[in-house]
Design a protein around this ligand. Sequence first.
Ligand SMILES: Nc1ncnc2c1ncn2[C@@H]1O[C@H](COP(=O)(O)OP(=O)(O)OP(=O)(O)O)[C@@H](O)[C@H]1O
Ligand SMILES: [Mg+2]
Length: 350
Amino acid sequence: MVVEATAVEQRREETQRVRPIIGPGARRHAAMSSTKPWRWIDLDLVRSRGYPQTLRPITGPPAKSPHGAALARSKGMAEQPVLVVRDVVKTYAGMVVLDHVSLYVERGETLVIVGGSGAGKSTLIRQIVGIERPDSGTVSIAGIDIASLGEVALLQARRHLAVVFQNNALLDSLSVFDNVAFPLREELNVSERDVEPRVMAKLDALGLADAREKLPGELSGGMAKRVAVARALVVEPELLIYDEPTTGLDPKTARKVDHLIDETRDRFLVTSMVITHDMATAYEVADRVMLLEHGRFVGEGPTELFFSSNVEAIRSFSEASGFDPHKLELARAHRKTAAEIRAAWGSRRR
Ligand SMILES: Nc1ncnc2c1ncn2[C@@H]1O[C@H](COP(=O)(O)OP(=O)(O)OP(=O)(O)O)[C@@H](O)[C@H]1O
Ligand SMILES: [Mg+2]
């Protein structure tokens, strides 16, 4: 407890010492909770001071935003992190692939996890969705610790989240409609009478109604991604996890997918976690970024400061990406804050 308090204190000090950046990003950050970092936190340093890894910041009073009142009313559920991964270790045949990994995702935010090939990103997703079980550590989805659950309870807990897979994982022989209907029919046993309206609601919202009879092979890369998002959304998840959403797409389509991620968040008020090595995506959609290297998170902070980060690993990753940071403010100026999404989610639930 003493150690935890020290780590949180250090985090507070760091967030308060650093002045907010200038421009639209500064407004966004000002609207974020006071515990959000305005500079990169060196997680190795935090660990070396005796705390395993920063976790959820202590929640302060509701952020001052146009939705402040709604946010206050919806506290409780809305203030609970949707996902908490605590100290997860995963080894394959003695090789450590996840080395005491911890993270949280707050409701309404978009957490982007960046990391190079082999860093352990896909392995992390498999532990989160419960396809594999970690050697040690815990994964909690909407407050439920999934490690201790049996198969049936695990399936239920998994309904809080859905994954948009890297290659979309659409079934080639099924139409767009049947692909989106698949989880309702096969996993939730929804009656056929209710399938049609639920599927069509998502197809309409994502501009896919006219494509309902098409086969995946007849779709462009961008449309196929939309279908994958529709299929993930049809089970009404609270958290959407995107695995490498832009890999294999041309740059124009990739940027459309970035917009799709933001659009989906705004429209369906989902919390998002995006795993990528595409820095343009990170810049476009992130509220917060964490860098995973060799199975360890080495830093956490705002995308705006990626290129001037105090953490060497972050700087070298961003420099190697070749992304032009001057495009950042233009791309991000229109985004809503996580607090706004959280407040809207809270008022819709009431
Ligand atoms: N089932 C497995 N058995 C053995 N080793 C594995 C297994 N899954 C992953 N690994 C190893 O774990 C490491 C991390 O793999 P992972 O696929 O999680 O990386 P990644 O960050 O998703 O990389 P990429 O960007 O290339 O997809 C790699 O060295 C990989 O070879
Ligand atoms: Mg991977």
